[in-house]
Design a protein around this ligand. Sequence first.
Ligand code: ADP
Ligand code: MG
Length: 364
Amino acid sequence: DPVRFAEVLVVATPCPLLIATPVAFMGGMSSAAKLNVIIKDGGVLEVLARVRSAAFDKTGTLTQGKADVVDIHPSSRTATETLRLAAAAEQYSVHVFADPIVAAARAQQLELPAVTNADEVATNGVLAILAEGTVVRVGKPTFIEEATGPIDRPVLAAGETAVYVSVGEELAGVIILSDPIREQAAATVSRLRRAGVAEIAMVTGDVAPTAKSVAHAIGIDTVHAETTPQTKVEIVQGMRPRPVLMVGDGINDAPVLAAADVGIAMAGRGATVASESAAAVITSNDIARVADVAYVSRRTVQIALQSIWMGIIISVGLMLVAAFGYLPAVVGALLQEIVDLVAIVSALRALRAHTGTKRDRVRR
Ligand code: ADP
Ligand code: MG
């Protein structure tokens, strides 16, 4: 019966399949944006929803990155001179420790020597040439040792980290900074575990003792310390199970953020090259957003699937009714539009995708 055939075709709508997913994903991206997480495209949410491993950078990501100079151990120069030289070089750095060192020098009203050339040696530190010709290095012990030969490393308390300063071939001194762990770091890690992330690791450029004490406090067991941008990439690509999420902030994290299945950049202190290469950017300097957005992504995918299935089931049901001759084509045409609308409205629930904890729902 050609009429019956037409009546069945009229309610056979593919729209829920076509439209539910993009609507849900736009909704999910909008939900994330309300949480100050900018997601670069919908596909990111889909991968994020399946993430099974996560790697975190330490300095500026798990720690606040609002460090303070707490002590200076003088070596060949006095404490004041060490700070003055370090600040002169750090003026040209975007590292999270640059600002506190410059601020400490300003607070003491030190006059900084003129610098003719300064280079940020990513992940290592800064190399500055002063107007009078001396070379100042500020950064990691291994970077300083390239100029000075082996040096002693001070024993640090929990929550402290050290920045080494050399002048010429001598160690000028060591600046001790407090770099407190973010309040939400431990909660974020455990929420990710609850969301199904099986493997969580720390991948940091900092030295092992500092890295381990932070990891221990947060509940991360696997620690990779003294990594370079390149070894960070190798470690993250070797992590199993996949997909792997990487969370980082500094220039040294830009390659690994691009290489991970999903990269999230912490850009609370302003956008850096890390935000360029990451798939998602947290603009609010709040690490809890990592777990929030993991929950939003899972909820978004769930809503997309529910909406598709709901549309398909209603549509197939209507096709059966029409096949038995109970659905005139005109009514069918109307109902077909309603099925699409139902799928869209259902997918729009992703606009309110929640974040897995009551506290966060209330805060929103
Ligand atoms: P993460 O990979 O955890 O973000 P980093 O690679 O930034 O850590 O390592 C932190 C260490 O790097 C600090 O303890 C410090 O010694 C050194 N460092 C690197 N660049 C600088 C810089 N510009 N100023 C001071 N310290 C630096
Ligand atoms: Mg960092």
